[in-house]
Design a protein around this ligand. Structure first.
Ligand SMILES: CCCCCCCC/C=C\CCCCCCCC(=O)SCCNC(=O)CCNC(=O)[C@H](O)C(C)(C)COP(=O)(O)OP(=O)(O)OC[C@H]1O[C@@H](n2cnc3c(N)ncnc32)[C@H](O)[C@@H]1OP(=O)(O)O
Length: 196
């Protein structure tokens, strides 16, 4: 079976794909924020059915899909809020995230489940790049220090703290200006030889 860490399939990201992935995020935000009437619901439903038909024409397996690939901003993984990285060293990554309306928990606050999702992806990416061997999330801890607002550009810091044998420890924060919203930490364990 191929794997994408030591034998990445040679995918070509077509022109416009990153923009399409971004539009798809916007679609999910707009859908969440809408209160369509029956006519609008019917029209939207027909258009989505057409979209499904077009995309289904290029259905492929995990190893050839474009979603999830590192070269696409936000990895084209539209389930996960996109981490826009601005600076990165081997041990620290800084950038921004903006949780759109689709990630609303209630009363303007980001859903509590979206935040560990974001950190699992941001930590997972960092734990598995910079020539590091494959590691999976063993645990993830999240402290919700203050409400994380939707539709706001938030600062993110992710750190590769240390490595002890097969264990990799990562930490991270989300800031809204001077306000610390979230602190997170995760343990990633390097897979044993032969483990998938
Ligand atoms: C997915 C990989 C992606 C690859 C990407 C390639 C490049 C692309 C780049 C970027 C994109 C990536 C973005 C997405 C990434 C998302 C990542 C995920 O969400 S992964 C899915 C969720 N996680 C699981 O499904 C794990 C399920 N669990 C397991 O498979 C095992 O439990 C595993 C591998 C975590 C550990 O099992 P053992 O048998 O290998 O390890 P043992 O020998 O038991 O433990 C080793 C050490 O770790 C500690 N340990 C293990 N689990 C622990 C835990 N839960 N808490 C504390 N310590 C733990 C143990 O106490 C031991 O420590 P002592 O060496 O004795 O000091």
């Amino acid at each position: 079976m191929p794997n994408w860490w030591d034998k990445p399939a040679p995918v070509v990201i077509p022109e416009g794909y990153a923009e399409f992935a971004e539009q798809f995020r916007i679609l999910q935000d707009v859908m969440t924020a809408a209160a369509p009437d029956a006519d609008q619901t019917r029209t939207a439903s027909q258009l989505v059915a057409e979209l499904i038909d077009v995309l289904a024409q290029s259905a492929t397996d995990e190893w050839s899909q474009l979603s999830g690939r590192l070269p696409v901003p936000g990895r084209g993984q539209t389930l996960v809020p996109a981490f826009h990285i601005e600076t990165e060293t081997e041990t620290e990554s800084r950038g921004t995230v903006r949780f759109g309306r689709q990630f609303l928990g209630g009363n303007g606050a980001v859903h509590g489940g979206a935040i560990p999702l974001f950190f699992d992806d941001a930590f997972g990416r960092f734990a598995n790049t910079h020539d590091r061997t494959l590691a999976r999330t063993a645990n993830l801890h999240v402290d919700y220090r203050n409400v994380t607002p939707i539709d706001t550009d938030l600062a993110v810091i992710v750190r590769f703290d240390r490595e002890e044998g097969r264990k990799r420890y990562l930490t991270g924060e989300i800031w809204n200006g001077e306000c610390l919203c979230v602190e997170a930490s995760g343990l990633f364990v390097v897979l044993k030889p032969g483990a998938a």
